[in-house]
Design a protein around this ligand. Sequence first.
Ligand SMILES: [Zn+2]
Length: 328
Amino acid sequence: MRGRFPVSRPRRNRLSPAVRSLLAETALEPRHLVLPFFTVPGSGVKREIPSLPGLFHWSVDRLPELVEPALEAGVRAFLLFGLPSRKDERGSSADDPDQPVQRALGFLRGRYPQALLASDVCLCEYTSHGHCGCLAGQEVDNDATLERLASVALSHARAGAHVVAPSDMMDGRVGAIRYALDGAGFSSVGIWSYAAKFASAFYGPFRDAAGSAPEFGDRRGYQLPVSNPREALRDALMDEDEGADLLLVKPAGTSLDIAARLRGRTELPLGGYVVSGEYMMLRCAAGAGALDERRAVLEYHLAVRRAGCDVVVTYLAAEIARWLREEA
Ligand SMILES: [Zn+2]
């Protein structure tokens, strides 16, 4: 019956796997992954985090047990969070060079020159009230907080951070940090800004892990309402104007639309942060036998890349990198 269909029809699903893999539009590779972790005071500490089974609090001396296997699997970038030995109203331990983040930065920078070290800059892990800034009464004082954040960023740069990642969402923080870094000779230290950080229920397990749940009120005054994508885009583009080098969206899985829209509005690299609640969602569903863990995790993170994120910050970075290596 040749000639019966003179017009060739579009072909779907007939490409060989080899051709498909040649033409894959999006890839997830170990180099795209950033591994966040929590470092704590003391020595000899590797303690499982009750709200995040499978993840640990690490004292600085034991970090090689976390970092070396990750590097071996191909993860190059790390994002440091710290639990301080003391807290007060102003979060004064946040820029103390003897606290875990600063000590870890110095230790890792000297021992693993190939690692890219990014550090979280915020006050909520360091303040007695658990808010991300300094308070005036019951309210966060934006401008007083900027000065503190710039000082924290500077202390991280001095300790060895390649990149600082302000997560507080105060107005003007990127500009204030850029100004402080440049003024102190750290113009090569980058800023990854949490440009679109929604007030999300998915941060719950992290707050227990970081001991950073607010003592009163919540963070809706300075985090974005989930309902407002245009506000998120405006905020993110302001961070670009202030000098951010990369824009982060979080939680990644509930912000894919924001990443995709930002991709069309900026030439900066983008990052998606798969947060603690998303980690638990994947783990618990796999643990209950509802999902094939490896396939579900890889698909979830590939979707973040597909939405336009250059990097994916994820607690599963090392596992993912190992799986990708096995499949390569
Ligand atoms: Zn915070």
